[in-house]
Design a protein around this ligand. Structure first.
Ligand code: DCP
Ligand code: CA
Ligand code: CA
Length: 366
């Protein structure tokens, strides 16, 4: 049975999350930026929506340069809010985990998955499943993504790259060779500028040419391991399995407050449901935790945190409810500004084999 491997990548992720929060942005060029703080404009573009990309703006570009390119085009500059994207990302990953046989997240906005078992190697079935995954993400999060399906990770990744934005590329085992052959070898996962140059030196430009290359020649140039990988990648026979994602290391929830406030009680109250969600995650995963963090996003959109770490790991989730107001109380005293958004994170997760009794964490350390 051929393997059925998928790769999913969310489109212009940070910027698309911002568009969902403020739909009028969809009509305008948007750049999400990381400000270094040195001068008002210093920093880089983290990502840009496709409207902004039309003007040549891209990830990693200095903010000043991006602004120049977007001058007169009614663009929006947004400060990167990593917590926010993390929260959306973990929700999507959890949902995906239910929809596929095995999920291997490889970044904040992407994951490999395996559908071999549930499709019994049927690529028509795989197409339907991939479409329903796209529909689910659209329905739940209003976000578009790109998916590639193929018989190996390398092929699946090429498929999702090619499908960008918003598409689906299904490369069945029968069409893999003809799909790969005309592509530039530099498109293959793991083939950077240096490898591309060396390949060109031995007369290889396309994946088809690489697939026909002499194994010993590749091994001589690139070493046994990477040489072998190149040949496998070029023939769509790289055998790397999809490995279930790492154990979660944290659970978090961030909400936008009904009104800006610095009252810890009011903040804790509005985080009630988020805390309940975290309780649920703790119980269902059988984890205990060491650290509770209060996350405050202020009216100037800066993020401030305050945490408390317990000496022993805690499995009683009511501790979160007790700790959060105190942490927000401390936070609000130091910042002198209102919170616009607020969140809770628990981390230092461990498997809760032995239940820690309440008395054991009554003397917390900082
Ligand atoms: N990112 C970043 N700095 C970079 C590249 C990316 O901060 N140099 C962040 C912002 C992106 C996210 O990581 O939204 C995901 O990166 P991708 O490379 O997948 O790029 P995008 O999702 O933004 O766009 P695409 O539609 O091309 O996938
Ligand atoms: Ca992406
Ligand atoms: Ca990505």
């Amino acid at each position: 049975m051929p393997r059925v491997i998928g790769h999913l990548d969310l489109d212009y992720f940070y910027a698309q999350v911002e568009e969902v929060e403020k739909p009028s942005l969809k009509e305008r060029p948007v750049i999400v930026c990381v400000f270094s703080g040195r001068t008002e404009e210093s920093g880089v573009v983290s990502t840009a929506n496709y409207k902004a990309r039309e003007f040549g703006v891209h990830s990693g570009m200095p903010i000043a340069q991006a602004k120049k390119r977007l001058e007169g085009h009614d663009s929006e500059v947004i400060r990167m809010d990593h917590e926010k994207y993390e929260v959306v990302s973990s929700r999507i990953m959890e949902e995906l985990e239910r929809l596929v046989d095995v999920l291997e997240p490889t970044g904040i906005d992407e994951a490999f998955f395996d559908l071999t078992g549930s499709t019994k190697g049927d690529y028509g079935e795989a197409r339907k499943l991939a479409e329903s995954i796209k529909d689910t993400i659209m329905k739940n999060e209003r976000l578009t993504c790109s998916i590639g399906i193929g018989r190996s990770k390398v092929v699946a990744k090429l498929g999702s790259d090619m499908a960008k934005p918003g598409g689906l590329t299904v490369i069945s085992p029968e069409t893999t060779e003809s799909f790969l052959a005309p592509l530039d070898a530099s498109k293959l996962y793991g083939v950077g500028p240096k490898t591309t140059l060396t390949l060109e030196e031995i007369g290889i430009k396309t994946v088809g040419e690489l697939a026909k290359a002499d194994r010993s020649e590749l091994e001589k140039r690139f070493g046994m391991k990477f040489g072998g990988y190149l040949l496998a990648a070029a023939t769509g026979t790289d055998a790397d399995p999809v490995v279930a994602g790492l154990e979660p290391t944290q659970f978090s929830r961030v909400v936008t407050l009904k009104r800006d406030t610095r009252d810890p009680g009011e903040v804790a109250e509005q985080l009630s449901e988020g805390i309940r969600y975290i309780h649920g995650k703790l119980t269902s995963s059988g984890k205990s935790f060491r650290t509770v963090t209060a996350i405050g996003i202020l009216t100037d959109l800066s993020t401030k945190t305050r945490s408390k770490t317990f000496e022993t790991s805690v499995s009683d989730p009511t501790v979160i409810r007790e700790t959060v107001p105190a942490l927000f109380d401390e936070l609000s005293r130091t910042i002198g500004k209102d919170f616009r958004r607020a969140g809770v994170r628990i981390s230092g997760l461990e498997n809760a084999q032995d239940q820690t009794s309440l008395s054991e964490f009554l003397s917390p350390t900082r």
